[in-house]
Structures are given as C-alpha cells and as structure tokens.
Design a protein. Structure first.
Length: 165
C-alpha cells in the first residue's frame, strides 16, 4: 500500500478497535504498550517501516523519559510530541536520544480542546493565535520537524509558505 512511516502508539481502544492482547502478538506481558508493538513490527516486518513514537511533555518528566528510553531501545526512529505551545523546556531533553523530533503544532483556535492532553482545564475563551504559535515553534525548535494538527486548509494553508520563508 506504500505506507512507510508509522507512529506507534497503544491508544485507548474501543468497541470497534479493541486493544491488542499480548498473546495476539506473541508477548507474555500484562498489557501491550508501544514498546511491545515496536518489537513486534521490527520482528515481523524488518526493514519495511520507519517507526516513530509519541512523547508527552505534560506527563511527569522522569517517567516519560524512562518510557522514551525503552521505546528507543525497542527501535523507535523518530519522536513526535503532543501539542506544544510556544516553548516547552521538557522537549529539549529529547536531544539525548539523537533521533529526529517532530513538534506537534496545534493549529486550531480552540485551545481548550487540549485540556485532556495537558491534564488541566484550559478555559474555552482562552485567546490563542495558532499562526503566531507556529512562528514561535519554528524559532524555538529550528532543528525539529513540525506536525500541523487541525490545520485550516481554507484559511491557514494558503499562508504557510509565507511562514516558511
């Protein structure tokens, strides 16, 4: 099908797409994490996919970096963050892994939708300029790629080339 890059995450599962059982991928662990999924992909599809993993700067740093080490040891080739606003010092800790980092740029003006991700309530009327944030992210993370989450193709996409120049 031409798929080359995978962002390997475990997700929450649902009725239509249940979580994998450890037995289904040949594991004997309690639950399947992205580490087990990476190992499974590497073993069963060697050289087919470039696999990346997620980093959540809003989780306790020591715990998240320990998880990242396990993910890298399991074969991660790039890291994609949860949405970052302006600058987050915790992202700089990823340099130790010497992998490409992709910063998630939140492009919706509805910043409150991030509340669940960041672990605290963001009021619905919080002012937010996604284009200004994108400019800050380019400035603060010049060596990182950017993933534009919820980009507005009618309003934002036409002006992106101006930002990149």
């Amino acid at each position: 099908m031409g798929v080359k890059y995978l962002l390997v995450i475990t997700g929450d599962g649902s009725e239509r797409l249940p979580k994998l059982s450890p037995e289904s991928i040949g594991e004997t662990v309690q639950s399947v994490t992205s580490v087990e999924l990476l190992k499974y992909i590497r073993k069963n599809y060697p050289g087919v996919f470039r696999c990346g993993v997620a980093f959540n700067p809003y989780e306790p740093q020591d715990h998240e970096l320990e998880k990242m080490k396990r993910k890298v040891d399991a074969g991660a080739e790039f890291i994609c963050t949860q949405p970052v606003i302006a600058r987050d010092e915790r992202v700089y800790a990823l340099k130790q892994f010497k992998l490409p980092v992709i910063i998630d740029a939140w492009m919706s003006k509805k910043l409150h939708l991030l509340s669940e991700c960041v672990g605290y309530t963001i009021p619905e009327d919080t002012p937010y300029d996604p284009i200004a944030n994108l400019k800050l992210l380019r400035q603060n993370y010049p060596d990182c790629g950017l993933y534009l989450a919820l980009v507005g193709y009618k309003t934002q996409f036409p002006i992106l080339k101006d930002i990149w120049q």
